[in-house]
Design a protein around this ligand. Structure first.
Ligand code: CP3
Length: 343
């Protein structure tokens, strides 16, 4: 059967008249209906592990806006938790985890094969979504990339420069690489289970790839993404993979070929005209409107949206923000962006 879902057509390399559109963090605090369901669940993690409510918040932006894709509601930090790390969220600040800084901390982690005990509610969310989503909407599963997940496991929180992770990488390379290996194995199994439950595409979020330079980018951003992509394609032929090495800059060039991903997601620090010439030549790209436009709106939003659509109009493109939408965004600006893209 010929593919009819717009997102899958773009991922297969088709150039469409209007790009499919979805938005990172589209289920989030800028929506009043999200805040209400989150309150019902109690807190963010309880929401992630409640399949009915997690499916509900995933569906909310689809009902409101008719996006071309829904992204599973979960978090990249559920994998460290499933490996045995303590995880909690401090309101207004972000995630906190128990830290891994030495061999004893690493030895206390569970094997990758044990993650499903914790993560099975996530697979149930995917099953509910694959029943309930409209026929034209693509379901995206996801995981964090090993480097990004490791930065949180090592520091115990988000860090501006990933200093603690870089220190371990330099000070105890063997331990650092063993941790990346454990996360890589867990991620392959986790994404594979999401696909078996009904995810049609998977995305690998490497939010902190930009702080890896030169050979380290090749070893710790490109290589794990290549391994995960190869394993997914081996186990589930035909499932497209989106890679997001955020703030990779020049590292975006050649990323399709080096990793085997079907689509490279771009942050908004790269110029769309440059990215069309240097990245889209190798395959589908996703992005890359600055999420600040969802706060400020107006003519600048319209102009910048049009510029991005035009720059990428010569090849396969999925419209998205360059990073997640923020809680202070105005839901009406999201509608304005969609109307502008769909013209
Ligand atoms: O995009 C989606 O709608 C799907 C769900 C999703 C969430 N997090 C929900 C979430 C996805 C794909 C993520 C990915 C994620 N989580 C990343 C990679 C992408 C990125 O943003 O760089 C990272 C680094 C995390 C870790 C994380 N989770 C942080 C640093 C925070 C706190 C920052 C913040 O925005 O509050 C979270 C919390 C989080 N994850 C929220 C949501 C909707 C907000 C939680 C709340 O409701 O309070």
């Amino acid at each position: 059967m010929a593919e009819t879902k717009k997102l899958l057509r773009a991922l297969a390399g088709e150039t469409l008249d209007t790009p499919p559109i979805w938005m990172m963090r589209q289920a989030g605090r800028y929506l009043p209906e999200y805040r209400a369901t989150r309150a019902q669940a109690g807190d963010f993690l309880s929401l992630c592990y409640n399949p009915e409510l997690a499916a509900e918040v995933t569906l909310q932006p689809i009902r409101r806006y008719g996006f071309d894709a829904a992204i599973l509601f979960a978090d990249i930090l559920l994998v460290p938790q499933a490996l045995g790390a303590d995880l909690w969220f401090v309101t207004g600040e972000g995630p906190r985890l128990s830290t891994i800084t030495d061999q004893a901390g690493f030895d206390a982690l569970k094997p990758a094969s044990a993650i499903h005990d914790t993560l099975s509610p996530v697979y149930e969310t995917v099953r509910i979504l694959s029943r309930e989503l409209p026929a034209e909407t693509t379901l995206i599963g996801f995981a964090g990339a090993p480097w990004t997940v490791a930065t949180y496991m090592i520091a115990g929180r988000g860090t501006p420069d990933q200093g603690p992770a870089h220190a371990l990488r330099e000070g105890n390379t063997a331990l650092f690489e063993a941790l990346l290996e454990r996360i890589t194995e867990a991620t392959i199994d986790y994404l594979s289970m999401q696909i078996e439950a009904g995810a049609e595409v998977v995305k690998i979020f490497d939010s902190w790839a930009g702080s890896l330079k030169g050979d380290d980018f090749a070893k710790y951003a490109v290589e794990p993404c290549r391994r995960i992509t190869a394993a997914i394609k081996d186990r589930h032929p035909g499932i497209p993979v989106i890679g997001f090495p955020r703030e990779a800059g020049e590292g975006y060039v050649g990323f399709h070929a080096a990793t085997g991903v079907d689509c490279v997601a771009l942050d908004n620090s790269v110029d769309p005209e440059w990215a069309a010439k240097n990245v889209q030549v190798s395959g589908c790209v996703q992005g890359n409107l600055a999420s600040s436009h969802m706060v400020t709106g107006g003519q600048a939003l319209v102009d910048e949206t049009r510029r991005i659509v035009k720059a990428f109009s010569g090849g396969p493109h999925i419209f998205n923000l360059g990073h997640g939408i923020t809680p202070d965004a105005d839901p009406e600006n999201v509608q304005l962006m969609i109307d502008t893209v769909r013209g």
